[in-house]
Every structure is written in structure tokens, then in C-alpha cells.
Design a protein around this ligand. Structure first.
Ligand code: HEM
Length: 526
């Protein structure tokens, strides 16, 4: 006994031996974890690169760098419709996966009452939705019961009656589209008195962004941000867009188990930014709260329940912020992406111009209702959504404890699963020539398209199921109105420096859009 004690004492007193033991321990843990992930983990049979199966680092690093969505698509092209992109993380591309992972779960024994303990839907992964535990939740992060309540409260703001009011004559949308067109014509005129016959080169990405945030400001906060007028982003919008990269990095850190570190970052270096955002939002929200009751906008539904549900100032701020970003940033992407795709494929622009310019002779006749009758315009929008989905990834769900079948595979409880719109929308399993911008594929019925190899159901850019996008109809209305009006008013040509615009960008997982330089020239009419 004393021999062993002596031996241990001698070992501990030898610094090299102590250092060596610590090193071995440090190496053993990740090594055994990697071996477990590769050979014993419940997901070990799913295909994917060994490094991604063994360790969460490769995915996390790519996510923080904004390259994970493009890379996941390449992995699907190599490994098929299901790929293991992290030790406990699967990505799917098949349409069935949308249904299986995002729909409400059917009632099952022990789950009849949909009580608090049950899993009525696969919940969103908190790694992706909540950076800290003390954050106020918006509809995006809210859990099942709170989510249902918030969704019901917000729904009237998205109903047809509200939509008609904004899109009709004198409505917010029309006013802003008129302003956009006037501004662009002004830019083309340049010198006073010129008719703008030569046109000019503009960064359309910015013009779309300014327009969409001005509309978003009106619909959520009751006033425009004045971006179009000033031709620059409002500081609040600028600030919010600047946080996307940091948010992606936070997700990566949490993915690696560093939630504690994120909390520390929030409470130290992040404090100044949080305080700035709080102050700016306070001013905007105070203005909205001072407006008359009973407004028809996206926020009123929530305000109606303010006292009943004891909604805090923070809670209202977070909700307004999420709706502004969700409704404006996404549409700025779609308008920019669709314009780029049309101009990169001039025959599609020509076909759309023919349809719009034949249907209308007067700009005032271009309404949401009238543009809904243009089949090629709708096909262009759907194909633009497919090829440049504004939310490329990160709609991650957690499999319930008992496990679940997804797209024909049994997945163990606790696994993270997702369908990444970028991958599903570029999969050759779902589309013929997936990298070709071909709006014609959307001109036929769903059955005919399927027979030809195009599965419409695979493109779910608004997500799927009870948590899908509330703003879908509004998004279509805005896309139709703005695209039709611009095509009616202007000829456009892509500048050389904007070719290959999409693939040069990063995703966080919203697009970090680059300037889209377009030569625009007003269409001369008698
Ligand atoms: C092309 C445009 C748009 C796209 C691609 C889009 C996409 C999405 C996606 C993918 C989600 C689900 C997010 C998640 O599960 O975490 C979502 C939710 C949501 N979107 Fe949109 N969106 C668009 C436009 C809009 C607009 C114009 C509004 C209006 C403000 C809006 C409001 C919302 C709201 C309130 C939710 C939360 C729904 C819920 O959780 O029940 N979106 N959107």
C-alpha cells in the first residue's frame, strides 16, 4: 500500500508526468467522443463526411463564416437526400421531410389532451432561436401554447381585409411604390430638364431594401423609416442588419456547447449594442403606442391584448422588431434576387415585359388584384423564390424523445433535423435542371410538373405547418405589385460587375447581399 502511495507521490512530484497526464486526458475526451459519434451514436448510419459526423466544429465554423448552406447543398449532391451535417444533426431535401418535420404531430396515446408535457409539434431548437435564457420571446421563439396565442392575435393583421386596405388605391403599398418609381425616374433624369433617355446605373439592392423597410415601418410601427426619401437606411434598420453576422456566430458557439460564453459576451461586450438597440426601439415603440386604437396594421392584434396578457415593453419591442425584419429583409432579398435572375436571363425579362406591358397601358391600373391575373409574373416570382430563397437554412427542429419517422427514416429522439430551403430548392431529386432559372416550370399544374420532374412541394420558402410564415399572402402581393410596376416603367440591364451575384454572397442564414448594379432607363410612352 505504502509502495503505491510512494509511486503516486513520485509521479505527482514529476511535473512532466503531470503535464503529460493532463494532455492525455484532454486528447482522450474529444477522441472518445469522436469515436462514439462515428460508431455508436444513434445517427451513425446516416451518410455524410466523417469529420462532420465526428465533431460539431466543421459545421459550426462554416455557419459562423456564412458558407454552411452552400456547403450543405454540395453534400446533398454527393450523399443524397439525407446528410449528417453534425454528430446530432441531419439535413433533408425530400418534400416528405417538410411534412414530417414541420407539421403538427398527430394525437397519440398519452398525448390526447395536448397537455404541457406533450410534443404537439417538433419544437424549434433553442440553439437556433434563443441566444440567452433571459431574452423576451417573440412569436418566432415562443413555445407551443404561447405561440398559438400570439399567432391568433396577429392573424387579423394578415387577413384579406387588411391586405385590401394596404394594397388598394391610396394604400401604403401603392404610395411607396409610386415614391420608388418617382425616385428612380428622378435618378434617370439626372440633369434637370433631361427626359432620362439615357438612363443611369443604380444599385437596385439598396433601392429595394429602402422601399421594403419603409413599407415595413408603416405596417408595423405606423410610420415610414424615411429610407427612400433620405436614400439611406434608418440607423435602427442599419443597426439590426449589422447584427446578423454576430447572431450567426452566437449560434455556432452555442452549437459547440458554449451557451455560457454567449451569456458572458451578452453581459459584457454586447451590453453597449443591446443598450443602443433598446434606446432606438424605445423611441419607435413609444410613437406607435401613442397612436389611436383600432388601427389596421400588423401590430394592433398584439396591442389589443397588452393589458390582458400583461405584455411588457420588451416583449412588444421584440415582436415588432421580428416582424419588421421578417417582413422587410426577406422581401428586399426576393426582389433583388428575382431582378438579378431576370436580367441574367434576358429572354425571361423580355417575356415578362411583354406580359406586363400588354396587360396595362396605365400605371394606375397596376393593382395587386390585376397583377394576380398574370400567370408569367406569378411563375417568375415562384421561380425566384426557388432559386434565391430569402431564408436559406436554420429552420431546425428537435425530434421528440420517443423518436420519429422523417422522410422514411426513423430518427432517434433529441436529434436536430432540418430542411434547408437552399438545398431542397437546388436538388436534382426535386427539379429538372435545378440551377437554371426557368419560370416556365411553374406554368403547368402540380401533377404535370411532377411528371416532368419538378416537385413544387419541395420549395417551401415560407416554411411549413403551424409555424409557417404569416406574411405569405402579403409577400406575394408586394412582390407582384413592385415587380410589375418596375417592369412596366423601366428597361433594365445587368452591369458586368453584378454577374454571378448570388454565388458570391454569404448567408447568415439571411443573405449578406452584395450591390446589384443595374442600368435602368424609363420606358418612353406617348
Ligand atoms: C418572401 C418573403 C418572406 C419569406 C421568405 C418569409 C419566410 C418566413 C419563414 C421561413 C418563417 C418561419 C421562421 C421560423 O420557423 O423560424 C416565417 C415566419 C414568419 N413570417 Fe415570414 N417571410 C416572408 C415575408 C413575411 C412578411 C412580409 C411578413 C410580415 C410582417 C412576415 C411575417 C412573419 C411572421 C409573423 C412569422 C412567424 C410565424 C409563426 O411563427 O407563426 N413574413 N417567415
Amino acid at each position: 500500500m505504502s509502495g503505491i502511495r510512494d509511486l503516486l507521490g513520485e509521479a505527482i512530484s514529476h511535473p512532466m508526468l503531470v503535464l503529460g497526464s493532463i494532455l492525455v486526458l484532454l486528447l482522450t475526451y474529444p477522441l472518445t467522443t469522436a469515436l462514439y459519434n462515428l460508431f455508436l451514436h444513434p445517427l451513425h448510419r446516416f451518410p455524410g463526411p466523417l469529420l462532420y459526423a465526428a465533431s460539431p466544429y466543421p459545421w459550426a465554423i462554416r455557419h459562423a463564416l456564412g458558407t454552411s448552406a452552400f456547403h450543405t447543398e454540395r453534400l446533398h449532391a454527393r450523399y443524397g437526400p439525407v446528410v449528417r451535417i453534425g454528430p446530432n444533426h441531419l439535413s433533408f431535401t425530400s418534400p416528405a421531410a417538410w411534412r414530417d418535420a414541420y407539421n403538427a404531430l398527430p394525437p397519440r396515446p398519452g398525448n390526447k389532451a395536448h397537455g404541457h408535457w406533450s410534443w404537439p409539434e417538433m419544437p424549434k431548437s433553442k440553439t437556433f432561436t434563443s441566444a440567452t435564457d433571459d431574452q423576451e420571446t417573440s412569436i418566432l421563439q415562443a413555445e407551443y401554447y404561447e405561440h398559438g396565442r400570439l399567432r391568433r392575435a396577429l392573424a387579423p393583421g394578415f387577413a384579406d381585409a387588411a391586405l385590401k386596405r394596404w394594397t388598394g388605391p391610396g394604400g401604403t403599398l401603392k404610395v411607396h411604390v409610386d415614391l420608388l418609381v418617382e425616385k428612380l425616374k428622378g435618378k434617370c433624369r439626372g440633369d434637370e430638364g433631361s427626359q432620362g433617355g439615357e438612363g443611369t446605373v443604380l444599385d437596385m439592392e439598396k433601392w429595394y431594401g429602402w422601399t421594403m423597410f419603409d413599407i415595413g415601418g408603416e405596417l408595423v410601427w405606423g410610420r415610414t423609416f424615411g429610407c427612400l426619401d433620405k436614400e439611406e437606411y434608418h440607423p435602427w434598420v442599419d443597426f439590426l442588419m449589422g447584427t446578423l453576422k454576430a447572431a450567426a456566430a452566437m449560434v455556432s458557439i452555442i452549437y459547440l456547447g458554449g451557451r455560457g460564453l454567449v451569456r458572458i459576451l451578452f453581459n459584457t461586450v454586447g451590453q453597449k449594442s443591446i443598450e443602443t438597440l433598446r434606446k432606438m426601439t424605445e423611441e419607435i415603440l413609444t410613437y406607435r403606442l401613442g397612436m389611436e386604437e383600432g388601427r389596421v396594421d400588423l401590430f394592433e392584434g398584439l396591442l389589443k391584448h397588452r393589458d390582458e396578457w400583461n405584455l411588457s415593453f420588451e416583449k412588444l419591442s421584440t415582436s415588432g422588431l421580428v416582424m419588421t425584419m421578417g417582413g422587410s429583409e426577406t422581401l428586399a432579398s426576393s426582389l433583388s434576387g428575382t431582378t438579378y435572375l431576370l436580367l441574367e436571363n434576358p429572354s425571361t425579362w423580355k417575356k415578362l415585359a411583354e406580359e406586363v406591358r400588354t396587360a396595362f397601358t396605365n400605371a394606375d391600373d397596376i393593382t395587386v388584384k390585376a397583377t394576380a391575373q398574370l400567370p408569367y409574373l406569378t411563375a417568375v416570382i415562384n421561380e425566384g423564390f426557388r432559386m434565391y430563397p430569402p431564408v436559406v437554412a436554420d429552420l431546425v427542429r428537435v425530434v421528440p424523445p420517443e423518436g420519429k419517422e422523417i422522410a422514411g427514416h426513423f430518427i432517434a429522439g433529441g436529434a436536430l433535423v432540418e430542411v434547408q430551403p437552399w438545398s431542397a430548392n437546388h436538388s436534382a431529386d426535386n427539379w429538372v435542371d435545378p440551377w437554371t432559372f426557368n419560370p416556365d416550370r411553374f406554368l403547368v399544374s402540380e401533377e404535370e410538373a411532377r411528371a416532368a420532374g419538378n416537385i413544387f412541394e419541395a420549395s417551401q420558402i415560407f416554411s411549413y405547418g403551424p409555424r409557417n410564415c404569416l406574411g405569405r399572402n402579403l409577400a406575394y402581393a408586394e412582390m407582384r405589385l413592385i415587380l410589375a410596376r418596375l417592369v412596366f416603367e423601366f428597361d433594365m440591364e445587368l452591369q458586368d460587375d453584378s454577374h454571378d451575384w448570388i454565388m458570391q454572397q454569404k448567408t447568415y442564414p439571411l443573405w449578406d447581399r452584395l450591390p446589384l448594379n443595374v442600368h435602368i432607363k424609363p420606358v418612353m410612352r406617348n
